[in-house]
Design a protein around this ligand. Sequence first.
Ligand SMILES: [Zn+2]
Ligand SMILES: [Zn+2]
Length: 347
Amino acid sequence: MAEKLEMTGNPEGPGSKEWLDGRLVQLPISMAPPLRFVNSYLLREPKSGGVTIIDPGPRSDITKQEWKRIRERFGIGPQQVKQIIVTHHHPDHFGMAGWLQQQFGAPVLMSEEAHREALRMWQPDRSMNRALPELFRQHGFPEPLVRQLPEHLESFYQQVEPMPEVTYIDESRQLEMGGWLWQPVLTGGHATGHLSFYQAEERMMLCGDAVLPQISPNISFYPGGDEQPLQTFMDGLRKLGQFEVNTAFPGHRHPFDSFHSRVQQLLDHHEERLAKVAGLLKQEGTQTGFKICEALFGMRPGIHQMRFAMSETLAHLALLVHRNEAEMELGERGLYQFSSRKAARIY
Ligand SMILES: [Zn+2]
Ligand SMILES: [Zn+2]
């Protein structure tokens, strides 16, 4: 049983790194700033040479070239790819699954919940392009930013086409990948239906975006989705924290070995932020979700960053309301207003 996994190679290619005699390969795939790279992983069966691809990345001309180089570098023939596994529906992870399925003829495996999210985001009627701006408007998101949202959301379609045929997986069945058995672990909050995968003998966790080093995974509150994504995310952290993990392989940045302390840091971070939001409501009085967003994050450059900030702020406010530490009321001009529970009683 490995105590701490050491990298066993660093071949040429786009910064790929190998672990466990090359049975597990980390492949940084290009994506838009600020993250710049998403980690795809190859799991290679030592005897048969069968390959599992985890999270192939977003589809673009650049990533198609990167995958061409990966195929050449690792000598991956069409029959060799057994399966393409997707941890969650975000375009930086799921986007290329359909394109690679066409290349390799391999099944694409993800949770039913995650697939439902993908269809909801990218179904032909584009309903999210209307629902999200409307929700944000009701929470005080400034009109010039609201107007940028439909085009911004539309820009992701090209990263996820063609959509794959999907086979569903869940926690009830272990998966064979790279000659090991892996236990799927379902969590949410960052993305509904997110699956991480745990390998008990080597004590390693492929954790997608459920736990990231350095970065706090964005908590997604959006219309028609999980009404308590932050609670779900924190429950998921506690669930993942119960596994004995020596090395975690995340969806962004580098593999790391301090899995449990990272899980605890993220839990602490969100409790601190909840206390901060509750404090702001007490000190500053009744205000919109966007005012709280500004106080927490400031004005970030670009609509993408602002969407993430707003979505995460609403997730925190929703949990405070659920915990009876805040109240939400529909005020003038159809704007929702949040107030501290105590302050609200004085009126
Ligand atoms: Zn994600
Ligand atoms: Zn991601």
